[in-house]
Design a protein around this ligand. Structure first.
Ligand code: 5AD
Ligand code: SF4
Length: 441
């Protein structure tokens, strides 16, 4: 009889890709993917703990499975990822949800098959959290779900210890994959027909291959010199490590998208210092200037946190000023979320919730108006999108251009996975609407 799995993912692209690895392991055990949680024989929650709301979201959804588990005793429920990587949270999860069968962390994801076999053989919950041993696992199976796009990890962990961030504690220290393995993986994906590769790391700029010492710029150069009609993206860059050389590599290769995610977090030097970001707002602006000099049409996107402990109205005004100055193509905005175990969690002068709310609303409005302006710039022009799906509600195909803007369009032929030239005739928020001018390949 067929057995089915269902994975619920929280958080960033890194986690989405990790879920593709979990799916690969489950497929190797003979499970098949299913859309409906009720039909699954195994449900895996791949959690994120970067902010409290992602955490609460996971808690809520896990809690909702209690009834289903009572009715379907053989169903296996597993909770993995960042949240249980913190031992205290793993214990809390077990106490709160005793019906969860398997709890595992970020460093032992590769052992999930063993844990499932162990659970099948016994009644008690299998709770396994391991510390990071600094190793890099290669060759794990992956069941990719995002064709024509593919994510490729180039490094894991983070050494930056931004004072608000839990990532270094749950993902361990920085370690890079060997460049040969990364390049082989990309070649394999291109052979399989993938058209867009996104290189992933918490701080891709500090990539350093353990073999041969290749750095990030070299890796980008090498991959974008591979044959084929494809696009290359990367994320995330830390502004302190963003260099002129990197801007040059982006400018030198058409395959590298003119789109850089450069999280600024705040425009106030006082707050940046307290955040341990290791740059000032003027350092950041200088990097932006360099990037714009070499890649004039580059879409720069960012992350911003409001309500960091001690953030005054003046500090917030500095952030607004910086956003007005940089002309970001889009930005993710977050209200500071206190994470136990981080340095910021011990800092005084918490910003009252209503103040943070007001600030984020103002910022969102500003960011949205900028985003609309950016979209409007495409109207009347041609842009190339990589078709990644069909929107049933709109009855239109959709695809992203190299700047990250989503374009919607009609097509009689199936253009899924193809590069399509669009003439844009309308913009709405972050979305563009256009007509097909040409279909490539
Ligand atoms: N509170 C709010 N936002 C956070 N981020 C990371 N940690 C926190 C936190 N404790 C945001 C940062 C980062 C993005 C991935 O998440 O802006 O760039
Ligand atoms: Fe967190 Fe800073 Fe590392 Fe990004 S660079 S993962 S924000 S500690």
């Amino acid at each position: 009889m067929k057995q089915y799995f269902h994975i619920v993912t929280y958080g960033c692209q890194m986690n989405v890709h990790e879920s593709e690895k979990i799916a690969g392991l489950l497929a190797r055990l003979g499970y098949e993917s299913c859309d409906k949680i009720e039909e699954a024989d195994i449900v895996v929650f791949n959690t994120c703990c970067i902010r409290e709301n992602a955490e609460n979201h996971a808690y809520g959804n896990i809690g909702m499975l209690k009834k289903l588990k009572a009715a379907k005793r053989n169903m296996i429920i597993a909770v993995g990822g960042c949240l249980p990587q913190q031992i205290k949270k793993a214990e809390e999860l077990h106490e709160k949800f005793p019906f969860v069968d398997i709890i595992f962390g970020t460093h032992n994801l590769g052992k999930l098959e063993d844990y499932i076999l162990e659970k099948r053989a016994r009644k008690k919950a299998v709770i396994k959290i391991e510390e990071c041993d600094g190793s890099v696992i290669e060759g794990e199976p992956k069941l990719r779900t995002s064709y024509p796009n593919a994510w490729v990890n180039i490094m894991y962990g983070c050494n930056n210890f931004c004072s608000y961030c839990i990532v270094p504690y749950v993902r361990g220290r920085e370690r890079s994959r060997c460049c040969e393995n990364v390049i082989e993986e990309v070649k394999g994906l291109l052979n399989e027909g993938y058209k867009e590769i996104t290189l992933l790391g918490q701080n891709v700029n500090s990539y350093l291959s353990p073999t041969g010492g290749m750095k990030f710029n070299g890796l980008l150069d090498k991959i974008s010199s591979l044959d084929g009609d494809f696009r290359l993206r990367f994320m995330t860059s830390h502004p302190k490590d963003f260099s002129r050389e990197l801007a040059e590599v982006i400018a030198a290769h058409d395959k590298i998208c003119n789109c850089v995610h450069l999280p600024v977090q705040s425009g106030s030097d006082r707050i940046l210092k307290a955040m341990n970001r290791k740059y000032t707002s003027s350092d950041y602006l200088k990097k932006v200037e360099i990037l714009k000099k070499y890649v004039p049409d580059c879409a720069i996107t960012t992350d911003i946190i409001v309500g960091f402990p001690g953030e005054s109205e003046e500090d917030f005004r500095q952030t607004v000023k910086l956003v007005e100055e940089v002309d970001f193509a889009s930005a993710f905005t977050f209200v500071y979320s206190k994470r136990e175990g981080t340095k910021a969690a011990t800092m005084p002068d918490a910003v009252p919730e209503e103040v943070s709310k007001r600030r984020i609303m103002e910022l969102i409005e500003l960011v949205n108006s900028r985003t609309r302006e950016h979209s409007a710039r495409f109207v009347g022009k041609n842009t190339v999108v990589l078709c990644e799906g069909y929107d049933e509600k709109k009855g239109l195909y959709l695809g992203r251009n190299e700047y990250g803007r989503m374009g919607y369009f009609e097509s009689k032929e199936d253009v899924f996975g193809k590069f399509v030239d669009l003439k844009i005739n309308k913009a709405n928020g972050i979305s563009l609407y256009g007509d097909i001018v040409n279909v490539r390949g």
